[in-house]
Design a protein around this ligand. Structure first.
Ligand code: OSB
Ligand code: MG
Length: 369
């Protein structure tokens, strides 16, 4: 298919609740929404980098810059056989995986629509429903956190992830476990600790956590391997796995027993599938993480999470958990059994709400072949 037109939109959406992690607090989300037109088909993708370089070095500004100055030029006017051609086209640009992902996702959506097939099936997914979890930021008080967890449990979420940081860790996990003894529970530190904290992290073993996510350095594999040898709780890596090669190294070193896959972090759905397959071969379960995506990125996450080795509930929650009004129609909703339905229509299977998109757009740019 020939890539005829690319449109970038810098979009700003207020969050329903502030989201606080060990690296900071966000009250709104900013993303680049990418539209690609090819052979009469339209596809949408999302670069969910956010405002500041906290989770990774990428920001909505670096995405805009790298896309409009470099990636668009490499893609526009190209005749591609499949979206799997994109990593090769983008190879001259080092890193900037979220910038690449917005474009790559849009091409996947257009490609699936051209084939009149759901994206989930094109990616190799077979599930009609995926298990949904929720990621809850750091709260002002433990009681406040317990209330929020209770609300999400009542809604039916199948797993709760809480954020931890020094000073908001063991006693918080203990309180949550006391109130919710059976809840599938995990904790995400977003790199807030070092190997010197091994003893503290060992204390988490008492609370039957499904896993502890990214306790140590954002680019570390070695210390995580040393830590995993000292704790019972499985380590899940997020920030440290930026390429399929990192995943292979982490598996060989024993740095983790689970991987959180985010297309944006690893450079697209193709790389996400490569990591999924590698983990499957080595017997590691994976789950689909999130970056507070709008419905566009969420739709891609849902399609990805329908692949068979996504064996654990992901950070894919309902649209209303993040945004008052999403960018897609219908918005993503939680089924009463704590699952989310994989859309059955062509491509991402949801319609982009053009009015809502226009309303939230700060700037836009069109490139034509
Ligand atoms: O570490 O998984 C993370 C959100 C933004 C950046 C990093 C992370 C997160 C989340 C929320 O935990 C995931 C979501 O609900 O989209
Ligand atoms: Mg994480």
């Amino acid at each position: 298919m020939k890539i005829e037109r690319i449109e970038l939109r810098h979009v700003r959406l207020p969050l329903v609740h502030p989201f606080e992690t060990s690296f900071g607090r966000e009250v709104e989300q900013q993303v680049v929404v990418v539209r690609v037109d090819a052979d009469g088909c339209t596809g949408y993708g999302e670069s969910a980098a956010g405002i500041g370089p906290w989770y990774s070095y990428e920001t909505v500004e670096t995405c805009w810059h790298v896309q409009s100055e470099y990636l668009v030029r490499l893609l526009l006017g190209q005749e591609i056989a499949a979206p799997t051609d994109l990593p090769g086209l983008f190879a001259p640009v080092r890193g900037h995986n979220m910038a690449k992902t917005g474009l790559e996702e849009a091409v996947w959506d257009a490609f699936a629509r051209a084939a009149d097939r759901p994206l989930a099936r094109v990616l190799g997914g077979s599930s009609d429903r995926i298990a949904s979890g929720v990621s809850i930021g750091i709260q002002e008080t433990i009681d406040g956190l317990l209330d929020r967890i209770g609300g999400f449990v009542d809604e039916g979420y199948r797993r709760v992830k809480i954020k931890i940081k020094p000073g908001w860790d063991v006693r918080v996990v203990e309180a949550v476990r006391e109130r919710f003894p059976e809840l599938p529970l995990m904790a995400d530190a977003n790199s807030a600790y070092s190997l010197d904290d091994a003893e503290l992290l060992q204390r988490l073993d008492a609370f039957d956590l499904m896993m502890v996510e990214q306790p140590l350095g954002h680019d570390d594999l070695l210390d995580h391997a040393k830590l995993q040898a000292q704790i019972e709780t499985p380590i899940c890596l997020d920030e440290s796995i930026v390429t399929p090669d990192h995943a292979a190294a982490a598996i060989e070193l024993g740095s983790c027993r689970i991987i959180n896959i985010k297309a944006g972090r690893v450079g697209g759905l193709g790389a996400a599938i490569a990591i999924h397959d590698l983990c499957q071969e080595h017997g590691l379960p994976v789950w689909c993480g999130g970056l507070l995506e709008t419905g566009i990125g969420r739709a891609h996450n849902v399609a990805l999470a329908s692949l068979p080795n996504f064996r654990l509930p992901g950070d894919i929650s309902a649209s209303a958990r993040y945004y008052e009004r999403d960018l897609v129609d219908p918005p993503f909703e939680l089924n009463p059994d704590g699952t989310m339905t994989v859309p059955g229509g062509p491509g991402i299977g949801v319609t982009v709400d053009e009015d809502r998109l226009a309303e939230l757009t700060i700037r836009s740019k069109v490139f034509e072949a």
